[in-house]
Design a protein around this ligand. Structure first.
Ligand code: MN
Length: 737
């Protein structure tokens, strides 16, 4: 069989494959035992043969992908031989003739299970939530074996790195999925480097213009930055050299994505960001000496530079819940500039960069007080909440497990870590389900608060319970944690079941009157009234939402009831847009959708992001309103593409037209006295563009204006923005979304 593979691949391809495999083997630093070495070779041979006929989108042999995924697992995540074998085999079951049984036969049950976890579900019959179902599957296996998710990360990373060969609208879908789930998951698993790369790669796709701009500015300011860092470090290096401490330092700039975020949220220009980079001092000491020596380094730094006390973060005494340990401080460096300094040991640095796997390496698998335990426990709880469908599950997962945290205390002073945004009632449920169920009132720092009170760092909570208290529907609104939601839902279901039994009795009576067997006909009733499960039908009957006495339009044949047509039509799931065959205007259409004239479809421009001609855009097939054209950086794009990727279609501008687009600008600046408003409105009208609306607010020496304009294309818009930016008093002009 091996010959088949070698015949299919050309000699050049064989060389590529061999080199990739050698590169993988070289990346393995720890010595391999015989069995592992044999297994890796076996997996490689099997994968080469199985994928022999496949090519990647780039035209390269497919096998290069699993080999590179395996290499990322070793070199960038720090995984071992089992993961290498699984990574080599990860696409075999999904894409080739080889079945899971064969994998189990050859490599054993453990590896077969991981490979199964890495195999996508067949989502063809449930398109609406196929993506979500797949995430759910990946996350379910995560609690059994974390390696599944780590290999999945490596898989995604390689796919993202090589996304250039995929058509743009598909890139968008993959990027959205990545920033929606994989990047936060990488963050949560402490895979800092991978998270950062994900974010940058996504931004390159969704907002390439800004990405390139920042990239260029980083490059051109590199020399000056290096000079500054050396100047800053000079006295510290001297101070450290006087001690016995072995150390190294780096001064890398922050990621393009995080810089762009700062520019957006802080409303500043690139040049005004004071913490473009962080200086990292990494010490090489035995574990016992880590903490005192980190503080000694801190002391040396602050001998030379004034620290800013609020910015001191001690993640060594209390590590972050993803395992991150480091001592951070910000000091005032030369020229009065703020400089963030991170002090950590080599061990902490490896955990910070590689996360989960490195964490296990140092802790050992047996460790009981592990920072990941609570988290994995949280995932299990969300998975147990059967009431939630897959999309809801992903949302729960995101709100619960990706969030930053708040630290609160029990009356006895025990610390509890809750996700940010969690409420007093969430806290009650986190202590014990019964305390949640019977919570009557909750005190924060000795004052009564509403159940939905949002927890803040340092809050001390006590819960007053009462036996007679029980949850009601309204409680769901007051909680955000998966545990509390699941528990409240299951209590509500109990309640529904109890009430529903009355409805069931009524239905049984009705069927007896019609001389129908209950079990044989119940499903017809459920379908007719548009429910999914029996309880819901019983409950609706009990609540008089359904009146059985005016049942009509049915026939009974051979003891079976059938209804004329269902009362409730199933929700339509669009799969392709309806063609309306409108004639193209002037023979040329403005937009192309999947390469065809958009004029044959019913389409409109989304008002959430107001695209203008020239923006990067995509089309989204809505359930009822035809196609909507969004900008790729629309705040809704990520959610749409991550959950409903199959509804995304490629859209591109085909021609320039005289069509006008509505766009909104936010202008802010200094209100230095009377006349500013008049001057600005005059200057806006001087732009020569149609103004739809103009609104300006002045406050305490500052003004903010919102201008709605009509433009033909992006070029015209950019010129207008530039002109406005040049006005004295104006400090910032940007598109509103
Ligand atoms: Mn793959």
């Amino acid at each position: 069989m091996k010959e088949t593979a070698t015949i299919i691949h050309s000699s050049e391809e064989r060389k590529l494959i061999r080199n990739a495999y050698r590169r993988l083997l070289r990346s393995i630093k720890a010595p391999l035992n015989k069995e592992d070495a044999v297994n890796i070779r076996k997996a490689y041979d099997l994968a080469v043969e199985a994928h022999a006929k496949q090519k990647r989108k780039s035209g390269e042999p497919y096998i290069l992908h699993p080999i590179e995924v395996a290499r990322i697992c070793v070199a960038e995540i720090g995984l071992g031989p089992t993961a290498i074998v699984c990574a080599l085999l990860h696409d075999v079951v999904e894409d080739t003739e080889v079945g899971l049984e064969e994998i189990e036969d050859q490599f054993g049950i453990k590896i077969a299970k991981i490979v199964d976890g890495l195999t996508k579900l067949d989502g063809s019959n449930n398109a609406d939530s196929a993506q979500a179902e797949n995430f759910k599957k990946v996350l379910s296996t995560l609690v059994e074996d974390v390696r599944v998710v780590l290999i999945k990360m490596a898989d995604r990373l390689h796919n993202m790195r090589t996304l250039g060969h995929v058509p743009p609208h598909k890139q968008l879908k993959v990027a959205a999925e990545t920033s929606y789930i994989y990047a936060p998951l990488a963050h949560r698993l402490g895979l800092y480097q991978i998270k950062t790369e994900f974010e940058d790669l996504c931004m390159k796709i969704t907002d390439s213009e800004t990405y390139r701009k920042i990239e260029k500015k980083l490059k051109s300011s590199e020399k000056a930055r290096k000079r500054y860092i050396n100047e800053f470090m000079a006295p510290i290096v001297k101070g450290l050299d006087d001690t016995e401490i072995i150390f190294r330092f780096t001064g890398r700039p922050k990621s393009i994505y995080s810089i762009s975020n700062k520019i957006k949220t802080k409303q500043v220009d690139f040049e005004e960001i004071y913490d473009l980079f962080a200086v990292r001092i990494i010490i090489d000491v035995p574990p016992k000496m880590e903490k005192p020596i980190c503080w000694q380094v801190y002391s040396i730094i602050t001998d030379y530079y004034q620290p800013i006390p609020e910015r001191l973060k001690d993640w060594i005494t209390v590590p972050k819940s993803n395992g991150y340990e480091s001592l951070h401080t910000t000091v005032i460096g030369p020229k009065g500039r703020y400089v963030e300094v991170q002090i950590r040991s080599e061990r902490m640095d490896e955990i910070a960069e590689k996360g989960f796997a490195a964490h296990w390496k140092y802790k050992g698998v047996q460790s009981s007080d592990d920072v990941y335990d609570d988290w994995l426990h949280g995932i299990r709880e969300i998975l147990e909440d059967q009431g939630a469908d897959a999309i809801e599950f992903i949302n729960d997962f995101k709100t619960n497990l990706f969030q930053e945290e708040v630290y609160v205390y029990t009356p006895k002073g025990d610390m509890k870590v809750m996700p940010k945004g969690a409420t007093a009632l969430d806290f009650a449920f986190s202590i014990h389900t019964d305390i949640g169920y019977h919570a009557k009132a909750i005190k924060v720092n000795n004052k009564l608060v509403p159940m939905g009170y949002k927890l803040e760092n340092g809050d001390q909570l006590s819960v007053i319970t009462s036996k007679n208290q029980k949850p009601n529907e309204g409680w769901i609104k007051w909680v955000i944690t998966g545990k509390a939601k699941g528990k409240i839902r299951s209590a509500m279901n109990e309640e529904r079941k109890k009430k529903g039994s009355l409805g069931k009795e009524a239905l049984e009576r009705k069927l007896r009157n019609l001389k129908l067997n209950f079990e044989e006909n119940i499903d017809a009733f459920i379908r007719h009234f548009g429910y999914k499960v029996r309880v819901d039908l019983y409950y609706a009957i009990a609540q008089n939402e359904i009146n059985l006495s005016d049942l009509k339009n049915f026939t009974i044949e051979k003891g079976k009831i059938s209804f004329a047509e269902p009362d409730i039509e199933p929700k339509p799931t669009p799969s392709a847009p309806k063609r309306i065959r409108k004639k193209a205007v002037n023979g040329q259409s403005l937009l192309l959708i999947n390469g065809e004239s958009a004029d044959q479809y019913d389409y409109s421009f989304a008002t959430c992001c107001n695209p203008v001609q020239g923006d990067e855009v995509f089309a989204y097939l809505t359930a009822t309103a035809g196609l909507k054209i969004h900008r790729t950086i629309c705040p809704n794009a990520e959610h749409l593409a991550a959950n409903y990727g199959y509804r995304i279609m490629k859209a591109e501008w085909a021609s320039t037209s005289s069509r006008e687009f509505v766009t909104e600008l936010l202008i802010s600046g200094i209100d230095d006295g009377p006349g500013v408003i008049e001057r600005l409105s005059r200057e806006v009208s001087d732009l020569g563009l149609d103004i739809r609306s103009f609104h300006i607010d002045g406050m305490q020496g500052y003004f903010e204006a919102k201008v709605s304009l009509l433009v033909n294309n992006k070029n015209q818009l950019n010129i207008a923005i530039r002109k406005l930016e040049q006005l004295s008093n104006v400090s910032r002009v940007k598109r509103n979304n």
